[in-house]
Design a protein around this ligand. Structure first.
Ligand SMILES: [Zn+2]
Length: 314
């Protein structure tokens, strides 16, 4: 392109056409480059970032919808993606500790290092549950010292996440701050509407006891009035032992538990065995945006999970 501009026939018609073409390419390239490059660790965060960022951002997501967020398979191509990122959005509370720090270290991009303005932590300001009261040891399983990191499934926390993401995008790209703010307001209204519908559906089941596979529904259960009485895992991230399964079967029978709730990335054998012995139903639900084709964005997440649970409890 530079060669065309300095070529002796640049003033000829052919040169003018070449110049116009070159400028067109430059303009396209610079406007594409003007988009804020956003990388999100998980699908819920990516969805919120797309809704708030609109046309001003280009969002790439690392984790897949039906992949356990603790154990995301990070491909080497993500090092390249992260290297070009202006902003990195993480869940936080060490949910991604198994794979994200190593990936970010290899990118050498100071914009997205921990504590840098380009690093958005969705957990900031979320009222946390399950904060350990004693020093965390390996014997406790995959316990997160800062509190339970599975908060994104509660729409009230979704609104906090959205505010954190909007603020972070505005910091990285002040020229679009008012657009981000407008989009945030629209998204908050949609989350509120979805939450109100879900609360209505769950109202008849207030106080219902449930068992979950992992300690991943604590916030959700609290929001929608369910009582979590046990987990298939004896401790977070620890596979069920025979003795724990025996105890769990007794617990489900004694407490009259009707459902075992689980994400698709856990094994089905244990919950199915427990269900056979107790008459409880296993409800497998998509836990992140995109986990079911109907979950097209964050507001539709609870609207998809809640009816599945309600149907099993009826
Ligand atoms: Zn977990």
């Amino acid at each position: 392109m530079i060669r065309y501009l300095s070529a002796p026939f640049s003033r000829t018609l052919r040169g003018t056409a070449a110049l116009a073409a070159a400028l067109a390419i430059l303009t396209t390239a610079s406007s594409a480059h003007a988009k804020l490059e956003v990388v999100a660790t998980l699908p819920d965060l990516a969805s919120i970032a797309r809704d708030i960022g609109g046309d001003a951002v280009n969002v790439t997501c690392i984790g897949k919808p039906n992949e356990d967020p603790h154990y995301v398979q990070a491909k080497p191509s993500f090092i390249v993606t992260l290297n070009k990122a202006d902003v990195l959005i993480e869940n936080g509370l060490e949910l991604e500790i198994g794979w994200l720090p190593a990936l970010v270290d290899q990118t050498r991009n100071d914009k997205i290092r921990v504590g840098a303005p380009g690093r958005i932590v969705a957990a900031d300001g979320v009222p946390l549950l399950d904060i350990p009261t004693e020093a965390v040891t390996r014997a406790m399983g995959d316990v997160h010292p800062g509190g339970n990191p599975h908060f994104s499934i509660d729409p009230e926390n979704g609104k906090i996440m959205a505010k954190n993401i909007a603020a972070g995008l505005a910091l990285a790209d002040p020229s679009h701050a008012s657009a981000y703010n407008d989009n945030l307001a629209k998204l908050l209204a949609r989350i509120d509407a979805a939450e109100a519908d879900c609360l209505k559906v769950m109202a008849p089941f207030k106080g219902t006891k449930v068992v979950t596979y992992h300690k991943s529904l604590t916030y959700f259960c609290q929001r929608f009035g369910l009582v979590e009485v046990g987990t298939v895992e004896p401790k977070p991230g620890i596979p069920p032992s025979a003795s724990h399964v025996t105890e769990l079967i007794a617990l489900i029978k004694n407490q009259g538990v009707k459902v075992i709730l689980m994400e698709p990335w856990h094994e089905r054998r244990t919950p199915d065995t427990v269900a056979e012995q107790t008459g409880a139903k296993v409800v497998e639900f998509p836990a992140q945006v995109g986990g079911d084709p109907a979950i097209t964005d964050y507001p539709s997440l609870c609207g998809n999970i809640v009816p599945r649970i309600a149907a099993a409890l009826r």
